[in-house]
Design a protein around this ligand. Structure first.
Ligand code: C5P
Length: 231
């Protein structure tokens, strides 16, 4: 049995992983790893420093030296303030453009390796809910529960649109749909750590489900697994 229980939640963009991760972590009192935020931060740091997105060596160095702080706010809507080199970038990393930049640095093996240890360092007592693309397949293969959350690209684009429309000026549903499809394509077909369900993952398609129904489904799976682990 592993000492710290880890719940891995993977899935494509807009599948609801972020919200489910937060709801679950709040209920269990566990820590959160938002691994997508790390890739978004590397993309943003590269933009700010003018690093070429094709320069894997420079991007890996940037990733290794990432000066980032996650500060809990106690607010459920925006639970973390994220500082990059002391600057609050919490809103900036959530734009669609930042997601696209993240998916451009994410296929690079040396970038992924550079943040491997940082990601694993989040696994501290009493437990961790880890949200990403390769949490169950690569980073936390020993997770006590692995969930793969998905939904149709149309449903995911609509959800993203509703999340972003008040904050991300100029965002359109059509553009988001296209961006989600491109991002799926890049994330699922890359050579290193492609997005796919772990063999032992529970796959949940939330296209026709409300968030509460998804949460109840995930919760039942997690409670059963944590109960069995204690036995
Ligand atoms: O989850 P989020 O939309 O913030 O992730 C942004 C991008 O970061 C993804 O599209 C993916 O390319 C990359 N990512 C990844 N591995 C993770 C988390 C995110 O490759 N574990």
């Amino acid at each position: 049995m592993q000492s710290v229980p880890i719940i891995a939640i993977d899935g494509p963009s807009g599948s609801g992983k972020g919200v489910i991760t937060q709801m679950l972590a709040t209920e269990l009192g566990f820590h959160i790893l938002d691994s997508g935020a790390l890739y978004r931060l590397i993309g943003l740091a590269a933009r700010k420093r003018g690093v070429d997105f094709d320069d894997e060596t420079a991007l890996a160095t940037l990733a290794r030296e990432l000066d980032v702080q996650f500060i809990p706010t106690g607010d459920q809507q925006n639970p973390l303030r994220i500082l990059l080199e002391g600057e609050d970038v919490s809103a900036e990393i959530r734009t669609d453009a930042a997601g696209v930049d993240a998916s451009r640095v994410a296929p690079l093996g040396r970038v992924r390796a550079a943040i491997g240890e940082l990601q694993r360092s989040f696994a501290v007592a009493p437990g961790l809910v880890a949200d990403g693309r390769d949490m169950g397949t690569v980073v936390f293969t020993d997770a006590v529960v692995k969930i793969y959350l998905t939904a149709s690209a149309q449903a995911r684009a609509e959800r993203r649109y509703n999340q972003l429309k008040d904050k991300d000026i100029g965002v359109s549903l059509h553009a988001l749909f296209k961006s989600i499809q491109d991002r799926d394509e890049r994330d699922m077909n890359r050579e290193i750590a492609p997005l796919k369900p772990a063999e032992d993952a529970f796959v949940i398609d939330s296209t026709a489900m409300g968030i509460d129904e998804v949460f109840q489904t995930v919760r039942a799976i997690v409670q059963k697994a944590l109960g069995e682990e204690k036995e």
